[in-house]
Design a protein around this ligand. Sequence first.
Ligand SMILES: [Mg+2]
Length: 388
Amino acid sequence: MRITSVTPLTATFAFERDPLSYCFVRIETDTGLVGYGEACDSYGCTFANVLATVIDDALAPLLNGEELDSVERLAERMRLFTRRRLGDQCIAAQARSAVEIALWDLAGKQVGRSVSGLIGRVRDSVAVYASSVFLEEGAAGWHLGLLQPLLDRGVGMVKVRIGPEWRIDLATLGELRALLDPAVQLMVDGSEIFTLPTALEVARRLADLGIMWFEEPLPQNERAGIEQLVQQSPVAIAYGEHLYGGLDALEVLTRRQATVLQPDASTCGGIAEARRMAASAAYFGARVVPHVCAGPVSLLANLHVAASTPIIRAIEYPYTFAASWEAFGPGLDLGPEAIVDGQLAVPDSPGLGILLDETAVAAHPYRTPGTRVAGSRGGLPDRFVGDR
Ligand SMILES: [Mg+2]
């Protein structure tokens, strides 16, 4: 089976609260089989056209005409060729991720097996945690109402986001904690906005509320500060959605800069890379809970990672994006109504289990984000904040 074309497909879905952009990729082969992938920059794919250019100009020429004999050989070919020119992090890694995922989709389809089945499946369904919105968006009762359909379906883990008005948010969080069943685990995402002293103060308050982990409190490149935070924080500190591959993960783990690792197959370099990151974490006693925050292909890729990696027991579930999953992958059963006992079934059909609706993708043309900042209703500040 030879690769005949590699084509990026970009889109913007106009959610009411915040438009979200996507970068998919379609790989065609001489057998007629088609594979799909997707990239994520940690919140959809904001600059999808930039990634599309990387795929068109740098990655497609490396794959066109190649035999699909080994996904890892082709993934390594892409990485080694672009490493010195584009770097092996951020946009370059995200673009490689989309292509690598599409290669796995094809590898599965070629032999009539699911991607996780091909790698070695350890579970047929994966627990999801409800990845919810910013605390500033409503009162505790409003948050509970938003989460109720997922809680009713047995979801036992919930994550909310804390913002610049963190003192007010902490009060709301305390009220939400009191409203939730004590058995429900609650986590908090800091969206990289805090200084170290403020993050430490927030972490102590989170510990009092029994919060499971505090995610990305400091900007992800402030590794020295993060290291100090992990040492002093009474709650687990989670990082990983901005880590690009096994080497990044090893550095973070050996320096103890995270106690929960959150790789994303559509960000870090692909499915194999996410599994390598997870395997490394196991040696350090870190928990691994993959990041998911994009379209249906990205969700499926991470679902197959979880289904084939023993250490992974749960994945992120950004339920507010479900309308786009249904639009781009109709009939996939990825929405909240598909959750049973808090678990999402891993598709057993060949490849990832998706037939991307390219007509629907084309019907949602990509729009550049301008100065819009994805995140809360009011938009996140473009600099991190801290009172101390
Ligand atoms: Mg996050």
